[in-house]
Design a protein around this ligand. Structure first.
Ligand code: GA4
Length: 324
């Protein structure tokens, strides 16, 4: 189907026929690691089943998020602005991007969560308990996936990637998003944008949603693949910019967006796994060869994060660090 785009000058194509990879973490380890590598090369995106994050931890976090977004606007605003962390409504980042979304952006270290919870919930202990439990569980899952990736790439040192996010100073984030339904129009054209087209700057993103459609990934400019939200028990994983650099372009940091659903509101929870600010990001030495020299210059995560926040959501910041 061809439809008009969010930019009236650009034609978009929606591909409903692409099945995105689903990886079962209970399957044979070497098989799972090769499947992950293939998915990251082909799509920069996959779904994981049997991920080991307990259902009660997910349910508790979802309940807290729903409870927060159900509050009156004036109460939610007390947890804002989301600059750098807290409640945000429609405004995304610092450069004037907007979307049909409200959200809570949280840093993931425990003292920060406990402190911030006081302006988010009337029962701050319950809220921080839910967030801390969720963050711990998804961090473990992210580490497991990074270890599998590294094995699949034939990397020698077992925890080369996961060590970066286990670090106590890791700059990982948790984002709780609420996309209200568009209420009336079925398939508005152009679609209403909840969160505009972008790549995630970090290493890896782990996303949970409440089974409502809206997420789309872009495989080439102007071609969008709707990600069906099933199986609802799965986590959705996407490669971030830093992992594209570390794998010397072998893995794809996939462009994605969220369009507003006509009938149902969407709740999603994204964990962005990042290293600490002073970590140097290089292409892993095993992945650079004389035939394929490093594509990007090295930089610290802090440097990259700064460049990201100085730009618009959809800007391609990796180009700034490209060699040649
Ligand atoms: C995209 C991924 C994460 O949601 C995020 C976003 C951040 C924000 O919402 O403040 C950014 C965006 C994200 C990339 C470009 C900049 C920064 C909004 C924006 C316009 C929390 C992140 O780390 O980068």
């Amino acid at each position: 189907m061809v439809i008009a785009s969010t930019n009236p000058m650009k034609i978009e194509k929606i591909r409903e026929d692409i099945e995105l990879p689903i990886i079962d973490l209970h399957s044979d380890r070497s098989q799972a690691s090769l499947q992950i590598v293939k998915a990251c090369e082909q799509y920069g995106f996959f779904k994981v089943l049997n991920h080991g994050v307990p259902q009660e931890i997910i349910a508790r976090m979802e309940e807290e998020a729903q409870g927060f977004f159900a509050k009156p606007g004036s109460e939610k605003q007390r947890a804002g602005p989301a600059n750098p962390y807290g409640y945000g409504c429609k405004n995304i980042g610092l450069k004037g991007d907007i979307g049909e979304v409200e959200y809570l952006l949280l840093q993931t270290n425990t003292p920060f969560i406990s402190h911030k919870s006081k302006c988010i919930s009337t029962d701050p202990n319950k809220f921080s308990y839910a967030v801390i439990g969720y963050v711990e569980a998804v961090r473990e899952l992210a580490c497991e996936i990074l270890d599998l990736m590294w094995e699949g790439l034939g990397g020698p040192e077992a925890s080369a990637l996961s060590g970066l996010i286990r670090d106590a100073e890791s700059d990982s984030l948790l984002r709780l998003n609420h996309y209200p339904s568009a209420d009336v129009i079925d398939h508005p054209s152009p679609p209403k944008i909840g969160f505009g087209e972008h790549t995630d700057p970090q290493i890896l993103t782990l996303l949970r949603s409440n089974g409502v459609h809206g997420l789309q990934i872009s495989l080439e400019d102007g071609v969008w693949v709707p990600v069906n939200p099933y199986p609802e028990s799965a986590f959705f994983v996407n490669v971030g910019d830093v992992l594209q650099v570390m794998t010397n372009g072998r893995f794809l940091s996939v462009r994605h967006r969220v369009v507003v659903n006509s009938y149902n509101s969407r709740l999603s929870m994204a964990y962005f796994a990042a290293p600490s600010l002073d970590v140097k990001i290089n292409c892993l030495s095993e992945l650079a060869t004389p035939q394929k020299p490093p594509l990007y210059r090295s930089f610290t995560w802090g440097e990259y994060k700064k460049a990201t926040y100085m730009r618009r959501l959809g800007d391609s910041r990796l180009n700034l660090f490209k060699l040649q």
